[in-house]
Design a protein around this ligand. Structure first.
Ligand SMILES: [Zn+2]
Length: 348
């Protein structure tokens, strides 16, 4: 098994500084999304395995969650209806959602590619090499590619025949304006299954995408039928330490279980999903931002409490250097906020 733990967070720190300075703005937005979700009908089954919901065991921002008894997936009790998802992602042709993701400046785009997406390409490439294969001999389709960061990272490493599909037209066209050879095609989310069944590629990737779909099953059914596809490369947010940090600090913007993240995967629910379509987990990379989330929560709270606001600097200078090492302990236990996995088609 190809397995990797940890990733340095230093660069990420610079990018997400606004999480600290604009906490209340983000918090307000998340409450609005939670309000919208709370109006949706109740789920009748687990999003991943279809088992009847079990009793809810905690509530956060007015939303109740249950953990599936069969596959351990963490679900909100409310259904992510098409209306709810459309209000999140496609309203105004994706502009509302894109605001937090698209960094208009070309420099930021390149910086984001180098710090976040190039390591993803390298992980995939290292895995393929361990199998005696290479990126070049496998055609890649990045499904739900956003503004094309992953495609851009591939291009920089000499892979110029990759393609992307994206539901937001504005993100697709922004990406296409920066990409040279790899191109993005906009698509309608209802066509995910029929598109994936016909793709001419060996690798399909879902980087931070499956958690935003109404159900991953349509697109996976298409992949199961499409025997050209050998590997599925995915990254998803997990039911991790951060979720408990968020329960403790409810006045701090949450990035794990809030906003568009209305349910979270576990290793077991991912294994269930892979098995269901005759794939198996071939590579894993565990890392996360749990400790950074906890530190951010402490900083925002110290900052907001009368009398302690001056202590923030001291906290940062004393403890910030430990973020990577503390996070590594969670990563090694496979309790981190995200995982990257390569699923490979089972041989029959
Ligand atoms: Zn389940």
């Amino acid at each position: 098994l190809f397995i990797k733990y940890g990733k340095s967070i230093n660069n990420l720190l610079k990018i997400k500084k606004s999480f600290i300075t604009d906490n209340s703005v983000f918090l307000e937005k998340q409450k609005k999304i939670a309000d919208e979700l709370s109006k949706q009908p109740l789920k009748t089954s687990c999003k991943i395995c279809g088992t009847k919901p079990s009793e809810s065991f905690f509530e956060k921002n007015g939303i109740k969650f249950f953990q599936c008894e069969k596959c351990t997936h963490l679900n909100s009790i409310h259904d992510e209806t098409n209306e709810f998802l459309e209000s999140l992602y496609t309203e105004d042709k994706g502009h509302n959602y894109a605001k937090s993701y698209i960094e208009q400046q070309r420099e930021d785009y390149i910086n984001r590619t180098e710090t976040i997406y190039t390591p993803k390409v390298e992980f995939l490439s290292d895995f393929l090499e361990s199998k005696g294969e290479s990126l070049k001999e496998n055609r890649i389709v990045d499904f739900g590619c956003g503004s094309g960061y992953f495609l851009y990272a591939l291009e920089k490493l000499g892979i110029d025949n990759a393609r992307g599909y994206e539901v937001s037209e504005s993100q697709a066209s922004y990406g296409n304006s920066l990409l040279k050879s790899n191109k993005i095609t906009p698509f309608n989310i209802n066509e995910a299954g029929s598109i994936s069944s016909k793709l001419d590629c060996e690798i399909i990737s879902f980087i931070g995408v499956l958690e935003h779909m109404k159900s991953p099953h349509d697109v996976f059914k298409g992949i199961a039928k499409n025997k050209a596809i050998k590997y599925i490369y995915l990254s998803v947010p997990l039911y991790s330490f951060s979720v408990f940090v968020e329960m403790a600090f409810q006045n701090v913007m949450a990035r794990q279980l809030s906003g568009g993240h209305t349910h979270l995967f576990t290793k077991e629910s991912l294994t269930y999903l892979a098995n269901e379509y005759d794939f198996e987990i071939a590579a894993q990379w565990w890392f996360g931002t749990d400790i950074m989330d906890m530190f951010r929560s402490i900083i925002v709270t110290i900052n907001g409490n009368r009398g302690t606001e001056n202590a923030v600097g001291k906290f940062e200078s004393r403890f910030m250097k430990m973020v990577d090492n503390l996070q590594m302990e969670l990563d090694k236990e496979q309790l981190s906020s995200e995982v990257h996995m390569v699923l490979s088609r089972k041989a029959n």
